[in-house]
Ligand binder design. Structure first.
Ligand code: HPA
Length: 274
């Protein structure tokens, strides 16, 4: 099983290497409604997920599904424009396939972005929240099953999944560019239902500031592989006690698109020093 998976990853990596001359140092995963970042990338190569061997294809509206190689602020990057979600019915191994090919391509850092519901009463729709930690509420884990000790440890230390160095860099660049930042804990859930008022309340009591349906499995996998992680949530709706403002998927996309430019400004400024 491990050998088979390794072969698949090698096949994907060598295909991608044959398609681009970019040597990405940073990978970026774009969340719902955050695809606008691609307009700032000097694109060298864009490959639809459907053409990449062994690559899963996302089915969600607002997730285009292509892999872009190029430069952003003079930094060589790869951009996953669209991600696979657990709620689409994919197993964790498939949801986290993109994170499994990073080391083979020489990537050192990953930026994970998502749209999320805010539960911290100081949050507003359109805020950007730096993810300082997460709670895995999926009831599943991408590292279940046999472990390949050559790729990462059986029992990963999770005390610093989200790089303190990159969080510090984000604050520095936010001050320089005038981008307002919140910081908090992200609760990862399966979805596809948004939360009931009682669930939002429970998750906040449990210590989370925002809740969403992605990012946690990807962060676990990338961390296992020794990739340095920076992650942020765009707050697209509120699950605050007394003012639950449940969104539709369309409203989530709209709110993310409005905040997108500020997120791009921050990432753009950070990249050369990542
Ligand atoms: N809950 C879960 N996932 C989400 C939300 C939310 O309120 N908003 C955007 N993604």
């Amino acid at each position: 099983m491990l050998e088979e998976r390794k072969k698949k990853i090698e096949e994907t990596v060598s295909y991608l290497k044959s398609k681009t001359s970019i040597h990405p140092k940073v990978a970026i995963v774009l969340g719902s409604g955050l695809g606008g970042l691609t307009q700032s990338v000097e694109i060298a190569d864009e490959i639809p997920y459907t053409e990449i061997p062994n690559f899963p294809v996302s089915t969600v509206k607002g997730h285009k599904g292509s892999l872009i190689f190029g430069k952003l602020n003079n930094t060589e990057v790869m951009v996953f424009n669209g991600r696979m979600h657990y709620y689409e019915g994919y197993p964790m191994s498939v949801v986290t396939y993109p994170q499994q090919i990073l080391s083979g391509l020489g990537v050192k850092c990953i930026i994970l972005s998502n749209a999320a519901g805010g539960m911290n009463p100081t949050f507003k729709v359109g805020d950007i929240m730096i993810i300082k930690d997460h709670i895995n509420m999926f009831g599943d884990n991408p590292l279940l099953g046999p472990n390949d000790d050559t790729l990462g440890p059986r029992f990963p230390n999770m005390s610093e999944v989200y790089s303190h160095r990159l969080i510090k860099l984000a604050y520095q660049k936010a001050a320089e560019t005038g981008v307002h930042l919140q910081e908090g804990v992200y609760m990862g859930v399966t979805g596809p239902c948004f939360e009931t008022p009682a669930e939002y309340k429970m998750y906040h009591i449990m210590g989370a500031d925002a809740v969403g349906m992605s990012t946690v499995p990807e962060a676990i996998m990338a961390h296992h592989r020794g990739i340095e992680i920076f992650a942020l949530s765009v707050i697209t709706d509120l699950g605050i006690v007394g003012q639950v403002m449940e969104a539709t998927h369309e409203e989530v996309l709209q709110a993310a698109q409005t905040t997108g430019p500020n997120m791009v400004k921050l990432i753009f400024a950070m990249l050369p020093e990542m």
